[in-house]
Write a protein that binds this ligand. Structure first.
Ligand code: AHR
Length: 334
């Protein structure tokens, strides 16, 4: 679909809503007409992109935000409108609606949860504004509601964590607890599934699983509760580093040694997590690469130019044990 058509669609939608919005869109529409839109012209024109971020819940999220803000710059041909949803779906929906009304060229967002997006995505489609998903998926059956989804394979991350646990600890009758990410978020659902599949058939038993909402504070609180409830925890699987770091604080406060008395496996591999791994307080980390800005910029440019893009771009992740963390830390970017 050409760029002119998209802009015209956005302007029509704006005209149907409020006067202020008409003013906003009509300022942009002549520019599209002058430049002819689409094709080669689109490559030299500034692309306005509205990005709705999940929040600022973790070190991973901070690195992801930085990557997006450092890449989608004016020098790179972008006019970035960025909003932080503070982990609330209603804030994201509001931000997306505002981007539709502003008639941006592209909308990108990292959905806080998987469900409940169809209505707003249909509004974007009706306004002919392409949508790119980054980091997290939506569960929409209609794949025409978005152009591309760029992000890690979270099921694989959970499996990698579980495979390592089985390799290291199967046969020892380990009791494990799980610190889940935000309830209903794709990484929470998929990492839980991947880990459960990997340990099935081993003698590692998952005795409890609760959400710590991907934050250090809640990870610590949930772990404190687990430690009060059970005196025989051998292993923690935390869906991200921050919750694992919170768990370390709770374990130390309970007079136990993290990484020894209670083993810890996390996901992300941000600097704080990698430092704790190198220090022996975490036992294994599966990476989740947050540097999605360059891929998003490339896909956004292609979409605006009307080029074909891949529906799913899987970001590759590695994993680190304590020795590998010591080697990787000096060059770690985030
Ligand atoms: O969606 C990616 C996850 O979200 C990261 O693992 C976590 O740290 C973040 O909050």
């Amino acid at each position: 679909m050409g760029r002119n058509f998209r802009r015209a669609g956005a302007a029509v939608l704006a005209a149907l809503t409020t006067t202020a919005l008409v003013a906003c869109s009509s300022e942009q529409a002549p520019q599209a007409e002058e430049n002819g839109g689409g094709g080669d012209d689109a490559a030299t024109e500034t692309i306005s992109i509205g990005f709705s971020q999940v929040g600022a819940e973790s070190g991973w999220r901070a690195a992801n935000t930085k990557s997006i803000q450092d890449t989608l710059t004016a020098e790179n041909g972008f006019d970035l409108k960025f909003s932080d949803a503070q982990q609330k779906q209603e804030n994201q929906i509001q931000a997306i609606r505002s981007y539709i009304q502003q008639g941006v060229d592209v909308i990108a967002f990292s959905p806080v949860v998987e469900t409940g997006w169809d209505a707003v995505l249909e509004e974007a489609k009706a306004a002919s504004i392409p949508v790119i998903l980054t980091d997290r998926a939506v569960d929409s059956e209609d794949e025409s509601l978005y152009e591309s989804f760029i992000g890690s394979d979270f099921v694989l991350e959970g499996e990698m964590a579980g495979d390592w646990a089985v390799e290291q600890y199967d046969g020892e009758g380990f009791k494990a607890v799980e610190l889940q990410g935000t309830t209903g978020a794709a990484p929470m659902i998929d990492r839980q599934q991947g880990f459960a599949d990997a340990i099935a058939g081993s003698d590692i038993e998952m005795i409890d699983s609760q959400t710590g909402n991907f934050t250090r504070t809640e990870g610590k609180q949930v772990m404190e509760g687990f430690l009060q409830k059970y005196d025989d925890i051998d292993l923690v699987f935390a869906h991200n580093d921050d919750m694992g770091l919170g768990a370390i604080e709770a374990i130390e406060a309970a007079g136990k040694v993290p990484g020894k008395d209670i083993k810890i496996i996390t996901v992300d591999a941000v600097k704080d997590g990698m430092q704790a791994l190198a220090d022996g307080k975490i036992n294994y980390i599966v990476e989740c690469n947050p540097l999605l800005g360059p891929d998003l910029a490339e896909i956004a440019k292609k979409v605006v130019a009307g080029e074909e893009v891949q529906k799913r771009i899987v970001v590759e992740d590695q994993a680190f044990d304590q020795e590998a963390a010591k080697e990787a830390l000096p060059d770690r970017q985030y």
